[in-house]
Design a protein around this ligand. Structure first.
Ligand SMILES: *Cc1c(COP(=O)(O)O)cnc(C)c1O
Length: 421
């Protein structure tokens, strides 16, 4: 195998890794295994596969789980999972039919009644809703900390809750959406360790959707679990909903165990679409990062723009935020938020005047998108918190695509000019 001779970069392996053409009539690409079940060679083989799948016996050396039934395993999903591990250098991966199903499966697997989950704030709306509105039905408690609170303050917060011995999971999202505020992954791991005991480890899960698998590697900074909405950069073409969870073999075994019984694994077709997307993940994200820097440079000097929220604007004067950026973020990403001068009226004028950039939520796709967080993605956020997070009426969020950067800038410019008229 060529992979053995030299440690290649993931982008070099995305077209071939984990796929054996000889098992598929020599097809260069992995076919869609559109099948619900798999034929066993013998009853003995069926018995052996099941006893391994259900953990009734130890895995033999070098043995892989045989194909049984597409809720348990399917080649499109297995190859996709193998390839996804390369970017994050994770031991294992589980893919899901949506980002939300990956997130909720992790929350349900690692929390039980009476437990405490510590979250960063703000979180993605769907995660926030599940943790605030649905987990309490199972008597799971929630505590939140905010960007800028240091390790000692957060430890104090947990101690003051009276539930420190119940802390089971820390769940964070960095950079925060839509303000690009950064949270230190390393210090959250130290907090998890601080409250861990031999009987009850505290795990750290990081939703890495906003920077994706190319621009930030949470496991390197201590995360136990990394979560993705694969709908965003990984899928990258606004044509599929999917999710992924990565981590150690031990933890992903638990995640896959619950996935088998919730039945929220990705379909073969979704797996195939994502395999195709992964081949261009690096070049798409390189193009997006390049474009985002150009667009931010333009917005930073435009007279109709009051403030730009972009990782590239975090400079040494920002102290701690700059230190975190240097450590965690490999580029400035592809997400830019900005405040127009004025309020909702001006922001809407801008959005309605866009021609190339599409007015839609979601992010990380080939086409550039624009939306209004205060009334769209973050409509659900408490008014007081919105103010605190600077999610005001004048804010617009952009997800930069792969178009020619001057065309994107031209569109933004004409839409900003239209505000005055
Ligand atoms: C979109 C998104 C999700 C949810 O993913 P779906 O694929 O829509 O279920 C979770 N977290 C973040 C940060 C997201 O942007």
């Amino acid at each position: 195998m060529i992979e053995m001779e030299r440690k290649m970069k993931p982008e070099s392996l995305m077209m071939s890794y984990g796929y054996k053409p000889e098992l598929s009539e020599g097809a260069i690409k992995c076919p869609i295994f559109q099948t619900s079940t798999f034929v066993f060679k013998s009853a003995e083989e069926g018995k052996a596969f099941f006893s391994l799948a259900y953990g009734l016996r130890e895995q033999n050396k070098g043995e892989e789980l045989g194909l049984i039934y597409s809720r348990i395993n399917n080649p499109d999903l297995e190859i996709l999972e193998t390839r996804l591990t390369l970017w994050d250098e994770a031991e294992d991966c589980a893919v899901f039919e949506s980002g939300m199903s990956a997130i909720t499966t992790v929350l349900l697997e690692f929390l039980k009644p009476g437990d405490l989950v510590l979250i960063s704030s703000p979180l993605y709306g769907g995660s926030d809703h599940f943790i605030r509105k649905i987990l309490p039905k199972f008597n799971i408690n929630l505590l939140e900390f905010k960007v800028g609170q240091n390790k000692d303050e957060v430890i104090q917060l947990v101690n003051n809750s009276g539930l420190a011995d119940k802390l089971a999971l820390i769940f964070i999202e960095t950079p925060a959406n839509p303000t690009n505020d950064l949270i230190d992954i390393r210090s959250k791991k130290e907090i998890a360790k601080h409250f861990s005991t031999n009987e009850k480890p505290v795990y750290l899960a990081v939703d890495n959707t906003y920077l994706g698998p190319i621009w930030q590697h949470p496991i390197k900074h201590g995360a136990d679990l990394v979560l993705y909405s694969a709908t965003k950069y990984i899928g990258g073409h606004s044509d599929v909903i999917a999710g992924a969870c990565l981590g150690s073999k031990e933890l992903i075994k638990r995640v896959k165990g619950l996935r088998t019984f919730l039945g929220n694994m990705a379909s073969p077709n979704t797996g195939w679409l994502l395999l195709r997307s992964l081949e261009t993940l690096k070049v798409r994200m390189d193009a997006i990062a390049y474009n985002a820097n150009k667009v931010a440079d333009f917005l930073n000097t435009h007279p109709a723009v009051e403030k730009v929220y972009f990782l590239g604007n975090i400079t040494p004067e920002h102290g701690e935020q700059y230190e975190i950026k240097k450590r965690q973020c490999l580029t400035n990403g592809g997400m830019i938020s900005f405040d127009v001068k004025g309020g909702e009226k001006e922001a809407f004028q801008f959005l309605n005047a866009l021609r190339l950039i599409k007015l839609a939520v979601s992010l990380g796709s080939t086409e550039s998108l624009a939306e209004h967080p205060a009334t769209m993605t973050h409509a659900d956020v408490d008014e007081k918190l919105k103010k605190e997070f600077s999610i005001t009426e004048k804010m617009v969020r952009l997800s930069i695509g792969v178009e020619y950067h001057e065309d994107i800038i031209h569109d933004i410019n004409q839409a900003l000019e239209s505000i005055k008229k």
